[in-house]
Design a protein around this ligand. Sequence first.
Ligand code: DI6
Ligand code: FE
Length: 412
Amino acid sequence: MAAGLTAASGTTTLWRNATLAPLVDGEPALVPDGAILARDGRIVYAGPSSEAPDIPGNATVEDLEGRLVTSAPIDCHTHLVHGGNRAREFEMRLEGASYAEISRAGGGIFSTVEATRGLSVDDLVASALPRLDALLAEGVSTVEVKSGYGLEIDAELNMLRAARALEKHRPVRVRTSYLAAHAIPPEYRDDRAGYIAEVVIPGLEKAHAEGLADAVDGFCESIAFSVEDLAPVFARAAELGLPVKLHAEQLSRAGGTQLAARHGALSADHLEYIEDEDAAALARAGSVAVILPGAFYTLRETRKPDIAALRAHKVPMALATDANPGTSPLTSILLSMNMGATFFGMTIAECLAGVTCHAARALGLSQETGTLAPGLSADFAIWDCETPAELVYRIGFNPLHARIFRGERTLL
Ligand code: DI6
Ligand code: FE
């Protein structure tokens, strides 16, 4: 141990004999015989055991027997809070029904809106917990949760209240995104501008006043909202000091990525239909490209996000589940990595960065979590693996040995 650098008193734990996989400039730099020292839930040191500071006599010492340790995964794009499910819609598609037939039969996003509007905050929490537990079982420390199935002010706020309440029920960090601009509710079918002016923006102001929203999101798509529809929403977010993110270029090229970049968005998400100039715009804006292979898979999409362009412009790429009942009923961050590699050709390093440091950046949390670095929260995952490649290549297998959240080993 290097002398001199002694961690001060407090609850101190040393995890030793680990194979650390810190990301240095986006590349995993495996550190055999590594150590992590944490005090009161914050990382004091992460690196070779030989260079670790001395530890106080009352420290707890854990021997990890050479296991792989990564920063805890982060799911930076989910719709975890909602009522009902869309299994029947899935079955109808297998029977050959078109989206139009499903919609006419009451399926689609509006069936989830109907199932959500009637639920209390407690009901919404109870409905979301099993989905959250699936993520925590894979070591996830932090999840982003959107509203967007209320489409009226009280129901949208209840979704955000339920998202916030998840932190009271589980050892997890939750960041919320206000997504009333997700779809046009039936009562505003012929009055898009009225929905924006009478529901989306007043609801945003109430959410902000109650401290319910960490960011503002929208669905920029021909079947949802145009750049023109969303401009006043993003302008109001800016006035309120809230960052923005956007579902963009998922099903067509509607200009969402350029809108997100113009607003210095935390992220633009989906991106199947981006062009090189969109990647360049995200790079200039410092925005994260959030890649969502679960929706690509569920929709049997054929157009892939231009990973090569994002790579060439050095746009940080994140990976997330997009856990939602319709287009991505996926609650596995590990499978999201496998899909990112298998469908889109993302490298092991890109997949690992995609669910750790880049996911943290997509939530504005780079100074809090997502990297094994001093000062950050001691959020890390201990795996029964030797290399990060083992985390990405397996399908439907969870090699998590232990989840450490804010320096504490958790049961989930
Ligand atoms: N893009 C999607 O794929 C989901 N929302 C969005 O903005 C669809 C959500 C649903 O089908 O329930
Ligand atoms: Fe989404």
